[in-house]
Design a protein around this ligand. Structure first.
Ligand code: C2E
Ligand code: CA
Ligand code: CA
Ligand code: CA
Length: 279
C-alpha cells in the first residue's frame, strides 16, 4: 500500500542519513587526529625462512580516538583517501617510521628495513620524491633501510607518473615493494616495467592454502617468477603452522603473519627481536 511505501522510504532514508552523519563525524575526528597525536604506528616482523632472521618490519597505522577507541585502518584509510587527509597522514607515517628506524639504530640494534605503505593519493602528489628525500635527510637514515609498499591499483591510476617516481626513488636508494600481488590487473606487465625489490603474495592466496590446491600452484608460480626476476617474495597473512610448512615446501623465501607475530608497538619490538634471536 501507499502507507507501507512511505514507511519503507522513511526507513531507508533515515539509515542513509545516519550512515552519512557517521561518516561526517569520523571525518571530523580524523581531522583532529593528527593534531591531537592520536595516530601511531605498529610494526609487524618479517622472517627469512632460510636464515631464520628477521630482516624487516611493516609499519601499519593505528588510530586511537578517546571517543571511538581503536579505529581500524580498513575504516579510516579509505575515508582519508577519499578526502585527501591521507597525504598529511601518510607523510606523518613516513616521518614517524624513519625517526623510529633512527631510534632503533641508536639503541645499537642490528639494522633491519622498515616498509611503509603509500596510498594512491600520495602517489599522485608531485612532491612525493622530494618529501621522501627530505624526510631521509631530516632523520639521517640510510635509504637502504626504507622500503615503500605500493599496490598494482596505485600504479594503474597513473602509470607514467608511477614509473618516473619509482625510478627516482630507486635512484636515491629506497627499496620498492609490490603489495597485494595477484589481486590487481596487469601484474606481469608491471613487473617488467618497474624496479621492484620485493613481491608480497596477497593473503587471499595463503588463507585457504592446502596441498595440491590452486593456491599452491599460484604461489609456486609467483615464487619461481620472483626468483627469476631476483625479487624477494614474501607470503602475507601466514597464521598457522600448516600454512608455514606448505610455504616452506614451496621454497618460499619469507613470511609475515600472525604465526610469527601480530603487529607490535615500537616498545615491544626490541623485546621481540631479543627473544627471537635466542630461539
Ligand atoms: P596491507 O598493507 O595489506 O597490510 C596487511 C594487513 O594484514 C594489516 O592489516 C595486518 O595487520 C594484517 N595481517 C597481518 N598478518 C595477518 C594474518 O596473519 N592474518 C590476517 N588475517 N591479517 C594479517 P591492518 O593493519 O588492519 O591494515 C589494513 C590495510 O590498511 C593495509 O593492508 C593497508 O592497505 C592499509 N594501511 C595500513 N597502514 C597504512 C599506512 O600507513 N598508509 C596507507 N596508505 N595504508 C595503510
Ligand atoms: Ca602493505
Ligand atoms: Ca598486503
Ligand atoms: Ca591490502
Amino acid at each position: 500500500s501507499k502507507e507501507q511505501g512511505r514507511d519503507r522510504y522513511q526507513f531507508y532514508s533515515s539509515t542513509m542519513t545516519s550512515k552519512v552523519s557517521e561518516w561526517l563525524r569520523l571525518e571530523h575526528l580524523l581531522h583532529q587526529a593528527l593534531v591531537n597525536e592520536e595516530l601511531f604506528l605498529v610494526y609487524q616482523p618479517q622472517l627469512d625462512l632460510e636464515s631464520g632472521k628477521i630482516f624487516g618490519m611493516e609499519a601499519l597505522l593505528r588510530w586511537h580516538n578517546p571517543e571511538l577507541g581503536l579505529v581500524s585502518p580498513a575504516k579510516f584509510i579509505p575515508l582519508a583517501e577519499d578526502n585527501g587527509l591521507i597525504v598529511p597522514i601518510g607523510e606523518w607515517a613516513l616521518l614517524s617510521a624513519c625517526a623510529q628506524i633512527k631510534a632503533w639504530q641508536l639503541l645499537g640494534i642490528e639494522p633491519f628495513k622498515v616498509s611503509v605503505n603509500l596510498s594512491a593519493r600520495q602517489f599522485q602528489n608531485a612532491n612525493l620524491v622530494e618529501m621522501v628525500t627530505q624526510i631521509l635527510q631530516e632523520t639521517e637514515i640510510d635509504p637502504q633501510w626504507l622500503e615503500l609498499e605500493i599496490t598494482e591499483t596505485t600504479i594503474m591510476q597513473n602509470v607514467n607518473f608511477a614509473r618516473q617516481a619509482l625510478e627516482k626513488l630507486q635512484q636515491i636508494g629506497v627499496r620498492i615493494s609490490l603489495d597485494d600481488f595477484g589481486t590487481g590487473y596487469s601484474s606481469l606487465g608491471y613487473l617488467k616495467q618497474f624496479p621492484f625489490h620485493t613481491l608480497k603474495i596477497d593473503q587471499s592466496f595463503v588463507r585457504d592454502l592446502k596441498e595440491n590446491s590452486r593456491d599452491t600452484a599460484i604461489i609456486s608460480a609467483v615464487i619461481a617468477l620472483g626468483r627469476g626476476l631476483n625479487l624477494r617474495v614474501i607470503a602475507e597473512g601466514v597464521e598457522t603452522q600448516q600454512q608455514l610448512e606448505l610455504l616452506r615446501n614451496l621454497q618460499c623465501e619469507a613470511i609475515q603473519g600472525y604465526w610469527l607475530s601480530k603487529p607490535l608497538i615500537a616498545a615491544e619490538v626490541v623485546n621481540f627481536l631479543t627473544c627471537h634471536a635466542k630461539m
